[in-house]
Design a protein around this ligand. Structure first.
Ligand SMILES: [Zn+2]
Length: 269
């Protein structure tokens, strides 16, 4: 059964992961720009990272029959240094028309600081100016509820941004309703044993439905599972959900959201 993993950091994964994902039915991935696990020493580090995301990684994915798309931004963690963050933002227009770039992401908040919020709002305005889709990271654990509220309010302050063109990711039981009620798309991120497991994700879908919702692995350099999405597929099948509902959540929904960018298509690699 085909699926899309719409949030995964493939630069941190091995070619074996690409192979396993392709064998499990993955036909496309989208990779937001994020924190590398360490702070870059200069904006030039992002120049090379953006080249990796737009030139090198699509070729690596294509060898396994997977289409690779990406998002560009300065991540919340490195937004704390606003001068540095603005230098990175200046690089984005030079890459935005590359054929695999779908929009601005993952922007958002990490510790809900004033500096993070300022750069978040500037990147929302940048996306608006450049006519781009937006992918938003919400903070984890105790910062999530407050951070999600701050994010929803900040986007609403930019009246030009259509909520249907924004996906707010890493939602959990206590934030999904707020995001959907405000008209945004919501992303469920699956983790192997902490935070949202495939079982909890299936519970969320059963409680809130599968409109404007997608699921992803967010696989990266930390403890994570690049096959988390097919594991949710198995959990939903085990619970008796129809193939139609499963395919809607794991393939058609991401294709519908991402397809708002005319560069996104699923034919060939
Ligand atoms: Zn991420």
């Amino acid at each position: 059964m085909r699926y899309i993993d719409p949030h995964i950091h493939m630069v941190s994964r091995t070619t074996d992961d690409y192979r396993s994902m392709g064998q499990a039915g993955c036909v496309a991935v989208t990779e937001p720009a994020f924190w590398a696990g360490f702070d870059r020493s200069s904006a030039q580090g992002f120049y090379d990272y953006f080249r990796q995301l737009t030139e090198h990684e699509p070729r690596r994915a294509a060898a396994y029959g997977i289409r690779h798309y990406c998002w560009l931004s300065v991540n919340p963690k490195e937004s704390e240094d606003v001068t540095f963050a603005r230098e990175v933002m200046e690089l984005i227009p030079g890459f935005i028309s590359k054929p695999n770039v779908l929009g601005i992401g993952e922007i958002g908040l990490n510790k809900n600081t004033v500096n993070e919020l300022a750069i978040f709002e500037e990147q929302v305005a940048l996306a608006d100016r450049l006519g781009q889709l937006i992918l938003v990271h919400t903070p984890h654990l105790e910062d999530k509820l407050k951070g999600t509220r701050l994010i929803v309010d900040a986007i609403r302050r930019n009246a030009n941004v259509d909520p249907e063109r924004v996906l707010i990711d890493h939602v959990e039981e206590h934030t999904v309703k707020m995001v959907l009620d405000a008209g945004f798309w919501a992303g469920i991120t699956l983790y192997p044993d902490s935070k949202c497991t495939p079982q909890r994700a299936a519970d969320i879908v059963e409680t809130y439905g599968h409109e404007r919702l997608w699921a992803n692995s967010a696989g990266d350099w930390g403890h994570s599972d690049p096959l988390a999405v097919p594991k949710l597929r198995m959990e939903m099948a085990r619970r008796g959900h129809s193939l139609q509902v499963i395919e809607r959540l794991l393939y058609e929904n991401p294709a519908r959201f991402l397809g708002q960018c005319p560069k996104f298509h699923l034919d060939g690699v």
